[in-house]
Design a binder for this molecule. Structure first.
Ligand code: GLU
Length: 417
């Protein structure tokens, strides 16, 4: 299936249907969980630097709030559509449930290309978004955070705009803020760090030694860069390949992750890093390595290449990198997938810690954040692993069964279903 035909929301519904079937959920509950509770679509006029107005499309989907206020990132991407946002909002619902934090799932997006926008244009877009969407945001309603191509600076502008409208302090309205504005220690690398903790636990269960083993990183944004750094630091991996939207590089002897991140930040790409050969994004996914970190966008491991994936562990730091057909193939080939909404739940977990600190107006040291994140991720991994062993299903289905059960129970207790 070409990516043009691929609809991530169809994938999200398909995954849910399978889990709901396995759990034996009644028809009403299943149907309720297949759809977002609320969707908000906005039109955003922004004055560009050339003096002309450009009109952007923005979205916020509050998928499910049975377990608490909806929570999830805000993605600025040229390919953003209501369906990508719906899928990502559904995955946030399962993500907050699998790590057992008292929040629901939501997601936002703007169809735009921030790489072609100045700082001023980005600020005006961020503020314009809050002027429209702010009416459905708030710490007891729905709380955004960073995601693909959005940054702590963008969160800062959005918080400021919200506070200007409300005429009072509201640091908890958004997470992933810069630390001087109420951001949490440890939020920056939390997504990748949580993935490292789950990989560590998976390797123990599978009897794989990670020290000196090989790792490959597909996608080199926030999650991918920290995957390289922390893969080396926490797991002792040797990073042999990395890629970004322009292409990839490989050195089978291993690369210095710190130097590679520095090169990426200075040049905008991993390409041209000394002592490496070029490799395509497609070939990187099929590399013979111990851990593969898909860390970019959805729909990269599909029925046509899943059979060639050789990594022992696939730690999905991206949202939705693997299609349902590919999951079956990976399971048959005994490739162990740590599914996205478990593997990358560290980001929202520290976002939740950030909200807790904002509410108390009292801030934690970094080691406390790491300790509590490890506790949450390790517990979540084992909840999923126990289900995987008990039900003899592939790991994603096991994670869905854990998460969907929790959301369905909450909805039932409220009398919704
Ligand atoms: N955007 C991140 C995710 O997909 C973090 C969401 C959050 O912190 O609310 O999990």
């Amino acid at each position: 299936m070409s990516s043009a035909e691929y609809n991530p929301f169809t994938t999200a519904q398909q995954q849910l249907d399978e889990a709901a079937g396995k759990l034996g959920l009644d028809k009403g509950t299943r149907e309720f969980l297949r759809w977002p509770q609320r969707e908000f679509v906005v039109t955003l006029p922004v004055r560009m630097d050339d003096g002309k107005v450009k009109v952007f499309r923005g979205y916020r989907v509050q998928y499910n709030s049975a377990r608490g206020p909806t929570k999830g990132g805000l993605r600025w991407h040229p390919d953003e559509t209501i369906d990508t946002v719906r899928a990502l909002a559904a995955w946030m619902t399962w993500k907050t449930a699998v790590v057992d934090i008292p929040l629901g799932g939501g997601k936002g997006g703007v169809t735009c290309n921030p790489k072609e926008m100045s700082q001023g244009e980005q600020e005006r877009l961020a503020r314009g978004y809050v002027r429209q969407v702010g009416r459905i945001l708030g710490v007891t309603k729905d709380v955004p955070a960073p995601d693909v191509y959005t940054t702590p600076q963008i969160m800062a502008w959005m918080m400021d705009e919200f506070e200007a409208i409300q005429e009072e302090s509201h640091p908890g309205v958004i997470t992933g803020k810069p630390i001087p504005l109420g951001g949490s220690q440890g939020r920056g690398d939390a997504t990748a760090r949580g993935g490292m903790y789950t990989t560590r636990e998976a390797a123990k269960k599978l009897g794989i030694e990670l020290k000196g083993a090989t790792g490959a990183v597909q996608g080199f944004g926030n999650a991918g860069q920290y995957a390289a750094l922390l893969g080396e630091e926490i797991l002792g991996l040797k990073i042999i390949a990395a890629s970004d939207s322009r292409g990839g590089i490989i050195n089978p002897a291993g690369m210095d992750a710190k130097a590679l991140v520095k090169h990426k930040l200075e040049t905008g790409t991993v390409q041209g890093f000394p002592n490496t050969e070029p490799i395509s994004n497609e070939d990187l996914l099929e590399l013979d390595c111990t851990v593969l970190f898909p860390s970019a966008l959805e729909n990269v491991i599909r029925s046509n290449n899943a059979g060639n994936v050789k990594a022992d562990i696939i730690c999905e730091l991206a949202n939705g990198p693997t299609t349902p057909e590919a999951d079956e193939i990976l399971a048959k080939n005994k490739r162990f997938v740590i599914p996205d909404f478990l593997a990358n739940a560290g980001g929202v977990t520290v976002s939740y810690f950030e909200q807790v600190q904002n509410t108390y107006n009292y801030y934690w040291p970094l080691d406390l954040v790491h300790e509590r994140l490890d506790e949450k991720m390790t517990k979540a991994f084992h909840d999923v692993y126990d289900m995987y062993m008990k039900e003899d299903v592939h790991p994603r289905l096991a994670a869905y069964m854990v998460a969907v059960r929790r959301v369905a129970d909450a909805a039932k207790l409220r009398g919704w279903v």
